[in-house]
Design a protein around this ligand. Structure first.
Ligand SMILES: [Zn+2]
Length: 56
């Protein structure tokens, strides 16, 4: 197994709002490009982390 821990980054297209994972981008040649609309301006977002918040 050669799973990269850093490969969990997710981009969000600023145009259509689609979430694109780094894995998908690498499969398409490594360029940053929306897989839905083709827009090239994506912003990095953190993937949703399941975190338990203690409610008071
Ligand atoms: Zn898009």
């Amino acid at each position: 197994m050669s799973e990269k821990p850093a490969g969990r980054l997710v981009y969000e297209c600023v145009k259509c709002g689609a979430k694109v994972t780094v894995d998908e981008l690498e499969l398409r040649g490594g360029g940053v490009k929306c897989t839905f609309c083709g827009y090239r301006v994506l912003k990095k977002i953190r993937p949703p982390v399941v975190k338990r918040v203690a409610a008071k």
